[in-house]
Design a binder for this molecule. Sequence first.
Ligand code: PGA
Ligand code: ZN
Length: 431
Amino acid sequence: MKISSIEAFQIFDSRGNPTVEVAVSLKNGARGCGLVPSGASTGQFEALELRDGDSRFRGKSVLKAVSNIDRIVAPALRGWDASDQQGIDWCMIELDGTENKSRLGANAILGVSMAVARAAAASRGQALFDYLGKGRGCLLPLPEIQIIGGGAHANWRIDVQDFLLIAIGAKHYPQTLEMTFNVYHAAGDMFKERNRYFGLADEGGFWPDVQSHAEAFEILIEAIERAGYEPGVDVAISLDIAASDLYNKENGTYRFSLEDKIYSSNEFADLMISWCETYPIISIEDAMADTDWQGWSKIYRALGRKVQLIGDDLFTTNIERIKKGIEKGVANSVLIKPNQIGTVTETLEAIGLTQQAGWLPVVSARSGETEDAFISHLAVASNAGQLKVGSFARSERMVKWNEVLRIERALGKRAKFQGGQLYERILTDRS
Ligand code: PGA
Ligand code: ZN
């Protein structure tokens, strides 16, 4: 299963921005590719996405990353056994030699890492989820699906980045999609009735033409009801506040520009807590900023047994930061984005660490996505239990939801689904 060639190209993501595609070929003829996604509300502790920063493509081209693969990575990995994912990933980490993968670029390294995994799976004649999970991956994820998009994904039309839903009452994976379909279209009807239908935000959720966050909640709750479901019982609300984007590091305050309000850390935490008391919320991501550990502690003390508290920018899929979070006890869930850390091996390690701590991982896409459904396989392979890939529209999103349907068929009787029950592991005080 030896690597014979590694080729890299510049392609384009769902926002039309340049990104990296890698194709790995093995001597036995097997091939695999990897397409790298890209965030917009990126965390400051993420591995570095290398962009050229010159006059072409507004500085966003990735030709240096492509050339790093051609000149440095490909010669080093030629002849390597593709089934040695760890050895290959660590070789690239050492070739890079920096803390944040800034020499080769995390986008270069991840593309190779994904393509190697795919080529090795193909060589063994295994589906990617089976290969990555060593035959133990069988849990179909509960989807977390965006209905209204905001923040950096909608030109700050509303401050909160994602209003999502989780079909906690669904009995099986296809039913989560049917329930989401019904609520998504009911929400669309409401935007049309209010003459506020202005299309979709970056991840396919509705463009948030609302007057306040309260109105967004109102639309979401009514859409759930119109679709025939009971809010909080059949379908619950999930939020990604992406609070680091609202945070002023200088004075430790949070700002909602739509409502023209500034909050201290304490006040912002109180607001999040009061939202959870008012609305049927089961999950909040990045409720506080990535350096506001005190704010996180406060939120955790109030909500840690009632609401899934996900760290995204807080942890950036980084083992050391997740360890720190576990020690401090500030969350109960970790968002897992392979391109925040840059290799498949480290991503799997981050998921493992999260699970060992009794926390729940949520495998996630980026706001700039591709037609690659690698993360659907990753979610099943690792029995992560949850998947967040944006909304229920646009092919770069749907390809991931659809891939889970295919995986379900491939698993047959082996397939498992826990639905909302998986929260019982962390939410011991939910009335
Ligand atoms: P990003 O957004 O990909 O723009 O970072 C997704 C998220 O914050 O979860
Ligand atoms: Zn996030």
